[in-house]
Design a protein around this ligand. Sequence first.
Ligand SMILES: [Zn+2]
Length: 157
Amino acid sequence: MINVIKEQKGNSLTVKMAGSIEESVNFEQIIGPSPGAGNELQVNTKEVPRINSVGVKAWIKYFQMVSGSGAKLKFIECSTAIVEQINLILNFTCGGEVESIYVPFTCTACKGELVGLFKTVDLKKMELQLPELKCTKCGGKATFDDIPEEYFAFLSR
Ligand SMILES: [Zn+2]
């Protein structure tokens, strides 16, 4: 099951999804019709740990409809599962902008895993040289834990 929290601010609608995106997802039902031309739809997937192939099909169908209606699409706080799909599937963002993503880090001391939130504009400036983060469990040094050329592939499209 997936939960959605909606927040309308001016002409911008933010939808915060929580849960896995799979067979049972019905975006028309949980998000509603496209906000339409001149409006913005911000999609927050911070709490989406998984998306399967059926979920991907439903995702693309829905967000292409939103994009086609003239609404501005923005993806914010994309989870690592969503970033994988953005890299894998060329039209996953349906013409929308990816504003910020979660990046996986591993602590060099306790091997604990954590994620850091980065804006894509800042990542482009860093040229794949990510800063170290402080481990939330032991305070040790946490470093980026993936292949930069793969995890950030979509940035250079
Ligand atoms: Zn640690």
